[in-house]
Design a protein around this ligand. Structure first.
Ligand SMILES: *[C@@H]1O[C@H](CO)[C@@H](O)[C@H](O)[C@H]1NC(C)=O
Ligand SMILES: *[C@@H]1O[C@H](CO)[C@@H](O)[C@H](O)[C@H]1NC(C)=O
Ligand SMILES: *[C@@H]1O[C@H](CO)[C@@H](O)[C@H](O)[C@H]1NC(C)=O
Ligand SMILES: *[C@@H]1O[C@H](CO)[C@@H](O)[C@H](O)[C@H]1NC(C)=O
Ligand SMILES: *[C@@H]1O[C@H](CO)[C@@H](O)[C@H](O)[C@H]1NC(C)=O
Length: 288
C-alpha cells in the first residue's frame, strides 16, 4: 500500500521535474495520431503507390493538400478542380502529371454544365501535350464538311439540335457565331490528330482527357519522407507539415539531438525527455 503511494508520488515528482506535460498536450497527440493515420503510399481506383499531395477521402484531411483529395470508388479515382469533377486516367508521380477527363463530358456530351472549366492555376498548369478543342451546341445547319470538325446531335428544348466538335479550337469564325453555346475543352494533341485522321471518335478523344502538371513543391515532402516522417498539411497555418512519430515539423524529422542529461533543461525535445524517463524507470525497477 505505502509502496504504491511512494511509486505514484515518485512518478509525480519525476513528471514535474522533467516538465513532461508537453507529451500529453493535444499538439503532440494530434501528431502521433496523424503519423499513424496518414500513409506514405496508398491506392485509389486502379492506381497504387499514390502519395502526398494526394489523400483519400476516407483519410483525415491533414494527410494531404486540400486541393488534392481523391474520391475512390471501385476502379475509379476522381478529383475536384475548381468545383468540377474529373476522372483520373493516369498519374505520373515522377513528372507530377495527371491525365484527367471531365466527368460530365465522359458520361454524356449533351448533358454537361455549359461552362468553360478552368484549372486552379495555383496548383496546376496545362502541359505541352494539350490542345484546346471547341464544343459547339445548338447551331444553325452548316453544310461545309471538313476533317477538323465533326457533327453530333443533342436534344435541346425537346428537339434534335446540331452540335459540333472541332480541334484545334475555333476562335470567332462563322461557325461559332452560328451556334448558341461554345465551350473550350482541352484534349491531348496526339488524340486530336487521331480524330482529324478519322481514327478516333469525339467520345474517345474526350475520354482520353488531357494532362495537367501539379506545381506545388514536392521537395519538402521528399525530405520529410527521407527522414522517416509522413507528409501532411496543416490547415490552421495553411502549409505543409511533416508528421514525425512525436511532434510535427515544418520539414524533416531529423533533429540535432542534445545530450540526454540536458533534456530536462529543454522541454521541446520530447523524445530525448522520454529517453531520460525510461532510464529512470529502469533504475527504479532494478532498485525497488
Ligand atoms: C489522443 O487522441 C485520441 C483520439 O482523438 C483521444 O481518444 C485521446 O484521449 C487523446 N489522448 C490524450 C492524452 O489527449
Ligand atoms: C497545426 O498548427 C497549429 C499551430 O502550430 C497546431 O496547434 C496544430 O496542432 C497543428 N495541427 C496539426 C494537425 O498538426
Ligand atoms: C486553352 O484555352 C484556355 C483559355 O483561353 C487557355 O488558358 C489555355 O492555355 C489553352 N490551352 C492550350 C493548350 O492552348
Ligand atoms: C418535352 O417533351 C416531354 C415529353 O416528350 C414533355 O413532357 C415536355 O412538356 C416537353 N417540354 C417542352 C419544353 O416542350
Ligand atoms: C468559353 O470560352 C470561349 C473562348 O474564350 C468563349 O468564346 C465562349 O463564349 C465561352 N463559353 C462560355 C459558356 O462561357
Amino acid at each position: 500500500m505505502s509502496s504504491s503511494i511512494f511509486r505514484i508520488s515518485l512518478f509525480i515528482l519525476m513528471f514535474s521535474q522533467l516538465r513532461f506535460p508537453l507529451v500529453f498536450s493535444g499538439y503532440v497527440n494530434v501528431s502521433e495520431e496523424a503519423y499513424s493515420k496518414c500513409s506514405a503510399s496508398f491506392s485509389c481506383g486502379i492506381f497504387t503507390g499514390i502519395g502526398y499531395p494526394f489523400w483519400r477521402n476516407d483519410q483525415p484531411d491533414y494527410c494531404g493538400h486540400p486541393g488534392f483529395k481523391l474520391d475512390c470508388q471501385g476502379e475509379r479515382a476522381t478529383i475536384d478542380i475548381n468545383s468540377q469533377k474529373y476522372d483520373i486516367n493516369e498519374i505520373y508521380h515522377e513528372s507530377q502529371v495527371l491525365r484527367i477527363a471531365k466527368t460530365d463530358f465522359m458520361l454524356n456530351i449533351c448533358r454537361v454544365s455549359f461552362i468553360n472549366s478552368t484549372l486552379d492555376f495555383n496548383l496546376f498548369e496545362y502541359t505541352l501535350s494539350d490542345q484546346n478543342a471547341s464544343l459547339l451546341y445548338d447551331c444553325d445547319h452548316l453544310t461545309e464538311e471538313q476533317p477538323r470538325k465533326r457533327e453530333f446531335t443533342c436534344p435541346i428544348n425537346n428537339r434534335s439540335s446540331e452540335c459540333y466538335f472541332t480541334v484545334p479550337a475555333i476562335s470567332s469564325d462563322e461557325l461559332s457565331r452560328r451556334c448558341k453555346i461554345s465551350l473550350l475543352i482541352p484534349v491531348l494533341e496526339i488524340f486530336a490528330d487521331h480524330f482529324t485522321n478519322y481514327l478516333m471518335t469525339i467520345d474517345q478523344v474526350i475520354k482520353e482527357g488531357f494532362e495537367v502538371r501539379w506545381i506545388i513543391d514536392q521537395e519538402r515532402c521528399r525530405d520529410c519522407h527521407f527522414s522517416g516522417g509522413k507528409c501532411g498539411y496543416n490547415r490552421t497555418i495553411n502549409d505543409f507539415t511533416c508528421f514525425c512519430s512525436h511532434q510535427p515539423s515544418p520539414r524533416t524529422c531529423f533533429r540535432t539531438q542534445p545530450p540526454a542529461n540536458s533534456a530536462a533543461a529543454n522541454p521541446s525535445t520530447a523524445p530525448a525527455t522520454e529517453l531520460v524517463m525510461r532510464d529512470k524507470i529502469d533504475e527504479m525497477d532494478q532498485h525497488p
